[in-house]
Design a protein around this ligand. Structure first.
Ligand SMILES: Cc1cc2ncn([C@H]3O[C@H](COP(=O)(O)O)[C@@H](O)[C@H]3O)c2cc1C
Ligand SMILES: O=C(O)c1cccnc1
Length: 341
């Protein structure tokens, strides 16, 4: 009889180290496999019905010229998602990932005859240059609706979830969140978003600096910061991350915007990083600060700057490979291969 005490961490590491390969030779795949096995408390972890939730919402700040595109692109892209024409549709389909499109607060009334999930909080946020983007009630409702959407896919048997977004102006919201939550200079957090030229970028920095000035130095909770400068889609993503962690799901974290929502969620419950796989490093400047906060090393670094959850869909096959080697590769013993010293 084996009376050895069960130590999951040791058993997972032993399983990785006794595969037919030099020690550590599968690099970062090994740490991803370790993380998922530990999260699922299993030596045979499973990835089931992966889903990506794309949350769309509009931003009052968009009217100040912080984006290279007009606000109408948000609703137009929602229709594009529903017609399966966007980048995320293509990559999700390619990798057998279920996609759900959610109206978190787009400034448009959609017809009901489509697969859009209606979680609308309002017709876009307020302009945070003048007042808080949301009321406290709207912010809490958005977090709760984000949680509900994860409970839905949990009921459908999914244990892996990524979040994507669409919202003209939302790199500004994300930059403000990072600046305020990580206490970083706003200039360190601002990038070109959809492709601003030098002059437009200068204007964006100027506007966002004014928003920061409006703030003063008072300490704020993560929810207070979210309410002041966030977006409905960002708040719903934050809720989705919190619930996904609560349900023990693997969380795929996308680029700058999704990571800013993850930052809010991680400041509410730091334990959620145990569930997270950071999928890619965005080209957008402020993302490095978030990755640094979580000491995260993302899977891909491909200068992507799109959002929509595209980084999650692209990195998912690598996550699958991590679980596949852990479950299916032979050990030195089972394959009769001589191990090194
Ligand atoms: C056609 C189009 C498709 C997109 N898909 C994602 N985004 C991305 O760009 C937006 C953020 O950048 P900014 O803050 O500069 O507006 C978000 O909607 C984001 O998801 C898109 C942007 C455009 C124009
Ligand atoms: O990394 C992102 O999420 C991103 C970057 C630029 C524009 N939209 C999204």
């Amino acid at each position: 009889m084996n009376l050895q005490p069960f130590n999951l961490d040791e058993d997972i590491q032993k399983k990785i180290d006794t595969k037919t390969k030099p020690l550590g030779a599968l690099g970062d795949l090994e740490s991803i496999a370790f993380k998922i096995a530990k999260l699922q408390n299993s030596l045979m972890p499973r990835l089931l019905n992966p889903s990506i939730l794309v949350f769309a919402g509009d931003h009052g700040l968009a009217k100040t010229g912080v984006s290279a595109f007009p606000q109408d692109v948000t609703w137009q892209m929602v229709l594009n998602f529903l017609n399966k024409g966007a980048a995320i549709n293509v990559f999700a389909q390619q990798n057998d990932i279920e996609l759900k499109i959610i109206d978190a607060g787009v400034n448009f009334i959609f017809s009901k005859e489509n697969e859009l999930i209606d979680q609308k909080i309002g017709l876009g946020t307020k302009n945070c240059l003048e007042e808080d983007a949301m009321t406290e009630q709207e912010c809490l409702e958005a977090i709760e609706k984000g949680k509900e959407s994860v409970r839905l896919i949990d009921r459908e048997g999914s244990n892996v979830v990524g979040c994507g977004e669409m919202g003209i102006g939302n790199t500004s919201s994300a930059s403000l969140l990072v600046s305020l939550l990580c206490k970083a200079d706003i200039e360190e957090c601002v990038g070109r978003g959809t492709g601003l030229n030098d002059e437009q970028l200068e204007n964006k920095v100027k506007i966002l600096s004014q928003v920061i000035k409006r703030f003063g130095d008072r300490e704020r909770t993560p929810v207070e910061v979210l309410k002041a400068v966030g977006g409905f889609e960002i708040a719903q993503m934050a809720g989705a991350f919190l619930e996904a962690a609560e349900l023990g799901m693997v969380i795929l974290v996308d680029g700058f915007i999704a990571s800013s929502a993850f930052l809010v969620a991680g400041m509410i419950n730091p334990k959620i990083s145990e569930n997270a796989v950071f999928c890619h490093k965005s080209h957008e400047k402020g993302h490095a600060l978030i990755l640094n906060h979580f000491k995260a090393k993302p899977i891909l670094d491909m200068n992507l700057r799109l959002g929509e959850g595209t980084g999650c869909a692209l990195a998912y096959p690598i996550v699958k490979s991590a679980v596949a080697f852990f479950n299916d590769m032979a050990s030195f013993e089972s394959a009769n291969v001589s191990s090194g010293n």
